[in-house]
Ligand binder design. Structure first.
Ligand code: ATP
Ligand code: MG
Length: 562
């Protein structure tokens, strides 16, 4: 067994995730408490997953994988008020996209019958009772950190009465809030969660899978440990806010006897949540953004949802590398948004073709180039990775360059671009010299008149003169029309949960119109536009008009206040 564990730890392919949870798992394997590692990822299908969920998701899957164990996907659908089939499908798609394959897909609601039976068992043991206090009275009676709670007047109902009332609850004889089932533990317990917590409440809403079969629904604290037990989960990983619920988790497992005939009981281990600066990271707020129409949907490329990141063009491997780099501890952590960008650039640098695009076009006419002639130049796809091969880039008399790459006069010695009287290299092509400009009727520069030098073709070894820099271009007759979407953080300044809907950054989605060199562009193909950044093809593209989303700019414009 020992050797086996060590092998797993040293296995490169099974990922470098090492942390306190892994240590606990090794201990449990070594002591013989468990024979394999079984985890679950339990999202509530009430919205799409966000990048914070990716921490829980990746941790569960990677840890189990590193021990040759497995992970279940379990939809925690025990609150019919908020859940929807759309989210179930969305979450499945996100998990698959990240490259993970749950061994089983379960639904918390599949266990309603078994959970109900165990509630009856608790009643029969004198460990649960039906309580008629209102929700606000229950909170009032609960006491505080410094004061013990007060026992409910319904606490000492007989077992028979409780059984009958609970059955009536199940049969829909009461209104919502009229009655709940509570555990009978200890109203003076130092941990407030142990002061007779609610186990079941009445909800008269149609469930997305169960329809109207049930009108009583188990609370998370009751349902979750039982679901883990039913599935044989060995390690139930959750975020830190459940820390002081662990005692109740263990109570439920023990008192219901759900694991009495099993070799082990599941154990809850908490880890810190991941937050990203200036990023909204709660489903509630993401939902508000969608429902208020401030974004175009959960897959808006500015959203921190996995669906949004995917549409924007972020790769699953960048997300994984980012999440693993943030480590895992028992402290909630906040990382700079810039860090994710760094992992995206690192991931795409050698994988993408570097192509030419012009986001703010300016016409160039090469006056000494033959009319109607087009030549096809061979250009490397990625100067740092030969394996990506070469492509053909057309060149002719009529070109577009980036407007910012031209100035009438060279402003200073740092300006490595085109200006009147100066010569630059067109990337992969010739030197051109700007001789004159033509203005449009509004007095803006419309066209630059240039001459080229045939001797200077890229790769020819020409070294008699040095150009004033190298700029990109797109040949006009082959150019494809493009809308370039460029994004900035969705929320301006600090994210404030009260006012975030009013602090939408008005510049968070900029649309530019220009051209890209001809090529094959399928949805989610990714490219580097040589000096600008990494882009992905959006699903809204068509043959006449391509749409590119900027995944990330080449360099960070963001200054971290370190
Ligand atoms: P939110 O607070 O964003 O609404 P949630 O915790 O209610 O999210 P669930 O669907 O219950 O969302 O989460 C599924 C799993 O993902 C849980 O184990 C939860 O602890 C974990 N999780 C959610 N957000 C984060 C985060 N920011 N960092 C780490 N884990 C997270
Ligand atoms: Mg939750």
């Amino acid at each position: 067994m020992n050797e086996n564990i060590n092998n797993n730890l040293n296995n490169e392919a099974s990922n470098e995730i090492t942390n306190f949870i892994k240590t606990e798992m090794i201990n449990d394997l070594e002591s013989g408490k468990v024979k394999e590692i079984i985890t679950r990822f339990p999202p509530e299908p009430n919205a799409y997953l966000h990048i914070g969920h990716a921490r829980a998701l990746i941790t569960n899957f990677e840890l189990a994988k590193s021990f040759d164990g497995y992970t279940n996907l379990r939809f925690d659908d025990t609150n019919p008020a908020k859940e929807d089939e759309e989210f179930v499908e969305g979450i499945k798609k996100d998990i698959e996209w990240l490259g993970y394959h749950p061994k089983n897909v379960f639904y918390g609601s599949d266990y309603f019958e078994a959970t109900y039976e165990l509630a009856i068992k608790l009643i029969k043991k004198g460990l649960a009772y039906v309580c008629d206090l209102s929700q606000s009275d229950i909170s009032k009676y609960r006491g505080s950190l410094t004061e013990p709670g007060i026992e409910s007047p319904y606490r000492n109902r007989s077992i028979e009465e409780n059984l009958e009332l609970f059955e009536n609850m199940k049969n829909g004889m009461y209104k919502e809030g009229e009655k709940v089932l509570r555990a009978k533990i200890d109203m003076a317990h130092p941990n407030i969660n142990m002061r007779d917590p609610v186990l079941y409440r009445i909800i008269n809403i149609k469930h997305h899978r169960q329809g109207n079969k049930w009108c009583i629904y188990p609370m998370y604290d009751f349902a979750h440990p039982l679901q883990d037990a039913f599935e044989g989960i060995t390690h139930s990983l959750c975020s830190l806010e459940y820390d002081n619920h662990r005692i109740l988790y263990d109570w439920v497992v023990r008192k219901t006897g759900v694991c009495d005939n099993k070799p082990y009981a599941p154990r809850q281990i908490e880890f810190g949540r991941l937050n990203i600066t200036n990023t909204i990271m709660s489903k509630r707020y993401l939902k508000a953004l969608v429902e208020s129409g401030k974004v175009i949907g959960y897959d808006d490329p500015r959203m921190p949802t996995l669906a949004g990141l995917r549409r924007r063009g972020v790769t699953p491997s960048a997300i994984k590398a980012f999440i693993l780099s943030t480590g895992l501890s028992r402290i909630n952590s906040t990382v700079e948004g810039d860090m994710l960008d760094h992992f995206i650039r690192e991931d795409l640098k050698l994988k993408t073709n570097r192509i030419m695009a012009v986001t703010n076009p300016l016409k160039v006419v090469i006056t000494n180039y033959e009319d109607g002639k087009v030549e096809y130049l061979n250009v490397a796809n990625n100067q740092e990775n030969e394996e990506l091969g070469k492509r053909v880039v057309p060149f002719s008399k009529n070109l577009y360059i980036e407007r910012e790459d031209f100035a009438l006069e060279k402003p200073d010695k740092h300006f490595k671009r085109l200006a009147l009287g100066l010569e630059v290299r067109l990337f992969g092509a010739y030197f051109i010299k700007a001789n004159d400009v033509i203005y449009d009727k509004d007095g803006n520069i419309d066209t630059i008149l240039c001459t080229y030098d045939v001797k200077t073709l890229s790769g020819s070894g020409f070294n008699e003169r040095k150009p004033n820099g190298t700029i990109g271009f797109v040949e006009a007759s082959h150019a494809r029309r493009v809308v370039f979407n460029q994004f900035e953080p969705l929320i301006e300044g600090e994210v404030n949960s009260e006012t975030f809907l009013e602090s939408i950054n008005k510049n968070s989605w900029k649309k530019l119109e220009g051209y890209v060199e001809d090529g094959k562009y399928n949805e989610l193909d990714r490219f580097q536009f040589i000096r600008d950044g990494y882009y992905a093809v959006d699903k809204d593209s068509n043959d006449d008009l391509l749409v590119f989303n900027r995944i990330v700019s080449l360099k960070s414009s963001f200054k971290a206040n370190k």
